[in-house]
Design a protein around this ligand. Structure first.
Ligand code: G3P
Ligand code: MG
Length: 254
């Protein structure tokens, strides 16, 4: 699997409401080849693209996803909170998102989001199964903070590309890797540890960092074996590159 340097986090979430079809389309329009999306199940088992346990932050409604059905979420406006330009945007069903990612020929990091009370086995059975039907193997990377979900995913599919997702990379990452045979390790870049990066490089796994919106502060980590970053706006990195080409930067970008 060829993982890119920049993955648009929740779609192009700097310029469109996160985790929506509009954000997927915007990422493609901006030239991104890969995106990250969060998936979870509603109370009726429908898989949807959404980050939070509740709809309050990113819609005009209130309530927990686990108490909602497909009909409930279809009446929500999930665009206006971001900008009037996105008024009327609907919460994306997983199926709709997969169809669009496929049509746009993009790669997808599908993050299995297990908010409290959600069932990891159900989510894998519904969401990973569906994603595997729609996307080719080299354009689907499934990650999760929830090791039960990853274990179930691996037990169902020997060839699925998995990403171990952590905040700070724990000492036990190597035993997780031995069990789960991942393609990549994903971690919060503000909690990176050089020693762990050396171990991950030695294990020949890809290292992806989230959520990097400050290319200047992040720059030195490229030298420590980082493969790519999740960013809300990949253009920030282009802007840094352009500054360096003009000679404003201290050294040539890598
Ligand atoms: O998958 C990387 C990143 O998205 C994990 O954190 O909270 O943004 O889903 P979060
Ligand atoms: Mg995520």
């Amino acid at each position: 699997m060829q993982l890119p340097r920049y993955i648009a986090h929740r779609g192009l979430s700097a310029h469109a409401p996160e985790n929506t079809l509009a954000a997927i389309q915007a990422a493609s329009d901006a030239g991104c080849k890969w995106i990250e999306l969060d998936v979870q199940c509603l109370g009726d088992g429908t898989p949807v693209i959404w980050h939070d346990a509740r709809v309050d932050r990113c819609s005009n409604g209130q309530g927990a996803l686990i108490d909602m059905t497909r009909d409930d979420i279809r009446s929500l406006d999930v665009g206006s909170w971001f900008s009037v330009d996105f008024r009327g945007e609907r919460m994306a069903l997983l199926d709709e998102a997969l169809s669009l990612v496929s049509a746009l020929d993009m790669g997808l990091n599908l993050e299995l989001k297990l908010n409290v009370g959600h069932d990891p086995v159900q989510l894998v059975d519904v969401a990973v199964h569906r994603a595997r039907q729609v996307l080719p193997q080299d354009r689907l990377l499934v990650s999760s903070f929830d090791m039960t979900a990853l274990e179930h995913a691996r037990s169902q599919d020997d060839t699925l590309a998995l990403g171990l997702l952590y905040e700070a990379i724990p000492r036990r990452w190597a035993s997780d890797a031995e069990r789960l045979r991942p393609t990549s390790v994903h971690a919060d870049w503000t909690q990176l540890d050089q020693e762990r990066l050396i171990e991950i490089q030695a294990a020949e796994l890809a290292m992806l960092c989230y959520t990097v919106n400050d290319p200047e502060r992040f720059a030195s980590w490229w030298d420590h074996g980082v493969t790519g970053v999740f960013t809300d706006d990949p253009a920030l990195f282009d802007a840094r590159y352009q500054r360096q080409l003009r000679g404003d930067g201290r050294r040539k970008p890598r």
